[in-house]
Write a protein that binds this ligand. Structure first.
Ligand SMILES: [Zn+2]
Length: 419
């Protein structure tokens, strides 16, 4: 798949028409053999023939909404090389990430702006970004000022949902994190750019870093403030091992915290977490690589308030088993797509090339190459409409992506060739 044109390249024109001439394929997300007519950056109409003199015609092409990246960590966007780990070991990789965060090279404020710009320039408008409390709760300024500073640097034309990452392995820390989360939400809602450039959510990190008190408190905040949650869940086999037997590499990793796993874990399976998360405003399960059949069916039944974010490039980087994508889509799970961060990618043999791990186009091409059983339309839905819906940028009730192209909306599109 290739991008032939991007609405941002037409920004300076006051009137223009885009005509995509292409084979129709059953699609809920793309348009072809029609003209999109735009006045001052706003969609005027869709017509069978171009309305304006300034017209760009693209052959063998389709018009789609710009992409939505439903799961990323832009704090690591200054990294030009991934963090290495042997045999795709996530605990080893996390140790490398923590070391990077302590290094002089780590500058999350500039990295978030760099990453958002890279996303925008490679065709992505919607962003679900996990952010750390340390960005906002530091000694230099108050939380509202810190939010404003980071929001100010986001590129115009992007919509970001910041999920505040929450980690606590005991009650005392859980209470502090929940107080911070409340202050973060209160401050964000006061910010003048709230709803324009950014919105917010919460991210209890993962079963091995989130105590039951923290998870319960986060779900309550999600309901009170009506904000979504994202949580890393069923990401690795080692996580399943931890849940089942309270042993394995995650126990080793958490040794210095002296965690009582009997009190820390909600149950034996990811289902115990899914059941708890089903009560929140909306939950995006980051990865869900090892969900079983019952868990996938559970998500499918709740597609209006639960989604998964599949990240095909990190999935290969960590050498996971094949993603149950066909099964999820067949059962009706709302699958969104993400890139994760610049810390977990590489060039892979025998697949579509990856040169920029934040490019959703490259992510889509890796997915298309590795999962030929998934139709182009399904891939485009995951990369646009479902991400938008899960992040709350589109109403759950809208039946398809065409709401993006209603007259009066901002012209925010890509022209693509699918072969
Ligand atoms: Zn992640």
């Amino acid at each position: 798949m290739k991008i032939l044109a991007d609405s941002r390249t037409f920004q300076k024109l006051d009137h223009y028409s885009i005509y995509a001439e292409g084979k129709n394929f059953p699609s809920s997300v793309s348009m072809s053999n029609v003209s999109l007519n735009v006045i001052n950056g706003i969609i005027d109409s869709i017509s069978p023939k171009p309305l304006f003199d300034k017209v760009s015609i693209f052959e063998n092409a389709h018009i789609i909404p710009r992409f939505t990246n439903a799961h990323t960590h832009l704090e690591a966007s200054d990294l030009r090389k991934p963090i290495s780990c042997r045999n795709g070991s996530l605990p080893e990789w996390i140790a490398g990430l923590l070391a990077y965060r302590q290094s002089d090279a780590y500058n999350p404020e500039s990295a978030i702006a760099t990453g958002a710009k890279e996303l925008y320039e490679t065709g992505t408008s919607g962003i679900g970004d996990v952010v750390l409390p340390t960005f906002f709760f530091n000694e230099h300024a108050n939380v509202l000022q810190n939010i404003q500073k980071i929001a100010h640097n986001l590129p115009a034309g992007t919509k970001t949902r910041w999920f505040l990452e929450l980690i606590a392995v005991n009650d005392t820390v859980a209470k502090t994190r929940l107080d911070e989360a409340k202050r973060f939400l209160d401050a964000a809602f006061q910010c003048v750019e709230y709803g324009k450039k950014f919105t917010v959510g919460l991210s209890p990190h993962a079963p091995y870093t989130v105590s039951p008190e923290l998870l319960e408190g986060t779900i309550q905040l999600s309901r009170t403030y009506r904000v979504p949650i994202t949580m890393h869940l069923a990401e690795t086999e080692e996580e399943l091992q931890l849940l089942q037997t309270h042993s394995g590499p995650f126990c080793e990793m958490m040794k210095r915290f002296d965690v009582n796993w009997n009190l820390m874990l909600l149950g034996k399976r990811p289902m115990d977490y899914l059941t708890a998360l089903a009560d929140c405003e909306h939950a995006i399960i980051a990865h869900g690589n090892y969900l079983n059949d019952a868990e996938i069916r559970f998500l499918a039944k709740r597609r209006d308030n639960m989604s998964v974010a599949f990240c095909p490039v990190p999935h290969k980087f960590f050498k996971h088993q094949r993603y149950p994508l066909r099964q999820m889509l067949d059962l009706g799970v709302r699958v969104t797509l993400g890139t994760d961060s610049r810390a977990s990618w590489s060039q892979f043999p025998n697949t579509s090339p990856v040169t920029n791990p934040l490019s959703m186009l490259e992510t889509v091409n890796v997915l298309h190459h590795d999962y030929p059983e998934i139709s182009i339309n399904e891939i485009l839905e995951t990369a646009t409409y479902h991400g938008n819906t899960a992040l709350g940028f589109t109403e759950v009730s809208s039946a398809n992506c065409f709401d993006t192209f209603l007259p009066g909306n901002t012209a925010d599109f890509l022209v693509i060739r699918t072969n």
